[in-house]
Ligand binder design. Structure first.
Ligand code: PGA
Length: 260
């Protein structure tokens, strides 16, 4: 299984689909068949965060199409008595190259703590899976002007645990919780502030991070969001469920990003 080198993507744009708990195997295959002819001029590969059950089949489709394949969660242990869980070597075995960790839906609905997420990131690093760490504030925290403190707490927990395990490069998705699936996206100015804070924290730990934005990215706001300086991509939920809409975001954001 080829590892993803973030070096190869230095000048690139990371467009990641987070399908969440959607798509059967057949639906996942249909998505790939439909989107690939529409994006064959793209300068960068799409990243697809698929449900576990579709990974094997999508891995097979990589014989025909180019894309980066990943999962949306995993356990922090490498194996053992954890009924219902999935481990990093299993994900590697089924073709995953990256894993989304610390998504706010997991933090809030499954009570994942910063420390637990940090252990998962460390495990991903040890297992040669590229971690995409999601961070972001709730509406309440935003109203209390706590955004930058929240990001610091979420990131420091991960850096402290995962840097000793070899974390040097990672993708970080800034996803304000109140913007996810709501149709409300953060303002470009707020995103710029978050990006610069994440950049400073990362460099304090000697981590080279590429930062994506997530939260109601769609065809309407992709162009404006993609013009944000130093932004490296999008993590897209709702608008990545449908191939035609995700293809449009890919083309719009590529034009904007590589032009500016
Ligand atoms: P959304 O989801 O694009 O539907 O807001 C983004 C995410 O949860 O990663």
């Amino acid at each position: 299984m080829a590892e993803v080198s973030l070096d190869m993507q230095e000048e690139s744009w990371f467009l990641v689909a987070n399908w969440k708990m959607n798509k059967t195997i057949r639906q996942a295959e249909e998505f790939v068949e439909r989107i690939m002819p529409q994006i064959n001029t793209l300068k960068y590969p799409l990243w697809i965060g698929a449900p576990f059950t579709a990974l094997h089949s999508l891995q097979e489709m990589k014989k025909k199409y180019t894309f980066i394949l990943g999962a949306q969660n995993m356990n922090d242990a490498s194996e053992g008595a954890f009924t219902g869980e999935i481990a990093a070597p299993m994900l590697r075995d089924v073709g995953a190259q990256f894993v989304i960790l610390g998504h706010s839906e997991r933090r809030l609905s499954f009570h994942e703590t910063d420390e637990y997420i940090a252990r998962k990131v460390a495990r991903a690093v040890m297992s040669q899976l590229v971690p995409i760490l999601c961070v972001g504030e709730t509406l309440e925290e935003k109203k209390e002007n706590q955004t930058l403190n929240v990001l610091k707490k979420q990131l420091e927990a991960v850096f402290e645990k995962a840097c000793p395990q070899g974390l040097k490069k990672m993708l970080i998705a800034y996803e304000p919780v109140w913007a996810i699936g709501t149709g409300l996206s953060a303002s470009n100015e707020d995103i710029e502030k978050a990006l610069s804070h994440i950049g400073t924290l990362s460099s304090q730990y000697n981590v080279e991070s590429k930062v994506l934005y997530g939260g109601s990215v769609g065809q309407k706001n992709a162009e404006s969001l993609a013009s944000i300086a130093h932004l490296n991509g999008f993590l897209v939920g709702t608008a990545a469920l449908e191939a035609d809409s995700f293809a449009k975001i890919a083309l719009i954001s590529e034009n904007r990003h590589f032009q500016s």
